[in-house]
Design a protein around this ligand. Sequence first.
Ligand code: 6PG
Length: 259
Amino acid sequence: MKHRNHQVDNYKNHKMMPTLNVSVNGPAVARAFAEHIVKKLAEKKEGPLFWALSGGSTPKLLFKLLAEEYREKIDWSRLHFFWGDERCVPHDDPESNFGEVKSLLFDHVPVVWDQVHAVDTTKSPEEAARAYGELMMRLLPSNSDGLPILDINMLGMGGDGHTASIFPANMDDLLTDSRICAVATHPDSGQKRVTMTGPVLNASDEVAFLVTGNGKTERTAQVLNKEHGAEKFPVMHIRPTSGKLIWFLDEAAAAEVGY
Ligand code: 6PG
């Protein structure tokens, strides 16, 4: 199959429609996003890039690719890492989002460890959320609403339309929460998590969703086609107030997107 990776700009005259970047498969999505990071660093010419990571399967492909092929292509000293959400488990727990990227990427490239800002999961969930919000306020520029601004907030979408750890059941609170970070509970496992709240995600200079696989086809179409009822999915409410919104998709996830 010929590899196509095309940038589909705003369609259907919906001024808020996101930009779509569609690649043939998961690995190609990872590569497209890696190149996007290279481009953003070049656009900023110098200075830091504040990048929030997420958990999930597609980011694993990205982390492995960056470790294998981008050690020399990226000035790692310019990158500052944050997490859009983190499970309240020890960093060496298989469930840890920090632990995952440490083993897949950070242990293989010259990151500046003082610029890797993990959630302190040795604290209680509430204390960890409060402390992480304070850390973000201390380290990041803030907007006119006093919210911290990330240069790029990389997010995934769960099958239920959740993003970060904003799940459908508790989305109304977390989408309007005045705090920077809050505690969320996974609806199935009951696992406690620290998550950036909706207003903070939307304060980002850019939000980039990475969504792949035929398991996401229907949900992606419901959201991007703005189908009736899609507002019950948290991802529908994540669009930067003044920043950019890009969906990096593979052809499977994008198969029923109507533009
Ligand atoms: C997490 C993630 C979560 C993830 C989605 C999509 O901590 O689990 O932040 O929001 O991005 O569940 O995950 P998949 O890409 O694996 O479906």
